[in-house]
Design a protein around this ligand. Sequence first.
Ligand SMILES: [Zn+2]
Length: 420
Amino acid sequence: MGLVQLGLIHLQETVEDLRLEKVADLIDNGRWNVELIQEAFSPLTAHKILAIPLANQGNVDSIYWFDSTNGIYVCKSGYNFIRSLVAREEASTSSGPLLQAKLWRRLWASPALPRCKEVAWRAVRNFLPMRGELVKRGMQLDPCCPFCETEVETCGHLFLKCPAVERVWFASDLAIRTESFSSVHALMVAVLEEDDVDFIAAVQQLMYVTWEARNSMVFNGRKLDVGDVLRRSSMLKPWDDGIHIPQSLTASRPANWKRPEEGIVKINFDASVKNEIGGLGMVARGTHGAILGAAALYPVSVISPLLGEACGFRWALKLATEFGFRSVCFETDYLQLFEWWKKGSIGLSYLDTIVRECRLFTSAFSYFQFTFVRRSGNLVADFLARNASNFPNSVWVEEVPHDVDHLVINDALASSPALI
Ligand SMILES: [Zn+2]
């Protein structure tokens, strides 16, 4: 039974005096009437209703990267953009162009891992999918910082002002009083001016592990542990990055997984249904096959494998928006779901309802594609779905459980351009 259907039954039972008859009564000018919903339903039901994205009337809003012909963001284009911004800032400051350019080059020249430098840069540019920003873009979620739960989550709050994160900075040996900076940009300028590569790298690492801890909290409910965060930061070494492919390993079984095009995140998902209980699995990978995220969910009540696949699709779409992915390609190995999607669902079955909800989610992406792949191209998601009961409700950011490493390596090897 769908959330809306559940909500309607609840509606009939308990809020007759509010004279609500249709779901449309809960919608005001294309948006959920938050006040009314919170009054009419229990907090849990209200939260679930508000989590359902509404379709836009007329033109569908989308977010695209302005600096490329196809609207898809790629790192190189982002890098060029920041360079041009720096050039513009230089032209308008008295400190002179050379000094400013030299300063920002230090951000990329530090010995920290590329992913640490990128998070630091995205924090400076306000390009991380903070809840406050997502709500501004129309997403229905709680805008509060997951750590302190009092302030709106923004880059400035998370990295500088949040009491929980302040404790991390305080306990580190960096001796930075983050609360004295007005923005992450101001902090980074001060750090880069020190011109000490190890210091710059240490700050970037701490920002990265803060972001990682924030994701653990959001997706797995894991509380921030200052000691853990600092240990993790000190363990980040340049040789720790990317996927390790042991020389001795070769593609040991047929794998049909293909790497996504530049700038696109490929998301494979799958469901495994036994006795009307389903497990779901999803994995998101970037251009070079690097893991961006993975998740498993168990148990999910479903009456058929097809319904399980549709629920898996909806779940993976929602996670992709939470990860902040913008350009996505989803892949299923379930032909019936793919056919159902292609024919366009106009029916009234519960499956049609789920598929329509999936369609609503797609408007959150600037680029969206849905393709069919043979089962051998969907092995990682298949493994996570079949073993979901071992990790009932888990999300991994930039990693997968160790049990699935060999399949990720297998896919990366089989799709390596050098082997084609
Ligand atoms: Zn906070």
